[in-house]
Design a protein around this ligand. Structure first.
Ligand SMILES: [Mn+2]
Length: 121
């Protein structure tokens, strides 16, 4: 299955520069907004807020989200590739990323509600 990491710099939102990790899952792109580049999770867990799903067409999106639309600002593809879903339960997802920059075993762990952490697996 495919994934993309989009570096997103919204102009008007409380969330500043962040990295949207989007993974093909359940026929949509399940998405977590990461506070740091995902590779930083090798050093320490990275806060990851689950946000709205996107449709699969968004895998290739980069460019400018126009003024007046949610997330208005710039989006650049930071990495893309495939991943293997190793295990998935309600509060934990184990992943093997095979991107150009994001490689290796990671885990997403739910802290509470939509708050998760991305950590080294
Ligand atoms: Mn975003």
């Amino acid at each position: 299955m495919r994934f993309v990491v989009q570096q997103h710099n919204p102009k008007y939102e409380v969330r500043g520069l962040h990295w949207d990790l989007r993974m093909e899952m359940d026929g949509v792109l399940k998405t977590w907004a990461l506070a740091k580049e995902p590779v930083k999770a090798f050093d320490a867990p990275v806060p990851a807020d689950q946000i709205d799903d996107k449709d699969l067409g968004y895998l290739s999106f980069e460019g400018i989200i126009p003024e007046g639309e949610p997330g208005a600002g710039s989006v650049a593809i930071w990495d893309r590739g495939t991943y293997l879903l190793k295990d998935r339960v309600a509060d934990q997802i184990n992943l093997l990323f095979q991107g150009r920059r994001v490689k290796g075993v990671f885990v997403l762990k739910r802290v509470e509600g939509k708050k998760w952490l991305l950590a080294r697996g």
